[in-house]
Design a protein around this ligand. Structure first.
Ligand SMILES: [Zn+2]
Length: 95
């Protein structure tokens, strides 16, 4: 009957399965590192903003293996460098 509560949690704004509050996307702050002994982590996850609920929903597509952590970090840094380079190029084109 209540099929909407059985829907897979995919993104922001979906109703929390417990209290129906629209959920929000969260990600790790800068400098976050996986704990020792952890084998996997999530790049992003959904959390219910209702303080009396606070249910957390992990997203399979953002699941990453900790053994690839260093590689993921390098990827992130490379992306940031590329972004900065593009920003500089944009600046130079304007001036
Ligand atoms: Zn909730």
């Amino acid at each position: 009957m209540r099929s909407k509560y059985k829907q897979k949690m995919k993104g922001e704004g979906q109703a929390c399965r417990i209290c129906a509050t629209p959920v929000r996307m969260h990600e790790h702050s800068r400098g976050w590192r996986p704990k020792r002994g952890q084998t996997y982590y999530f790049l992003k996850w959904l959390r219910c903003p209702n303080p009396t609920c606070g249910e957390q929903y992990n997203l399979e597509e953002y699941k990453r293996l900790v053994k690839n952590w260093q590689q993921d970090q390098k990827e992130m840094k490379r992306l940031i460098v590329e972004q900065k380079t593009e920003q500089l190029l944009d600046k130079w084109r304007i001036r």
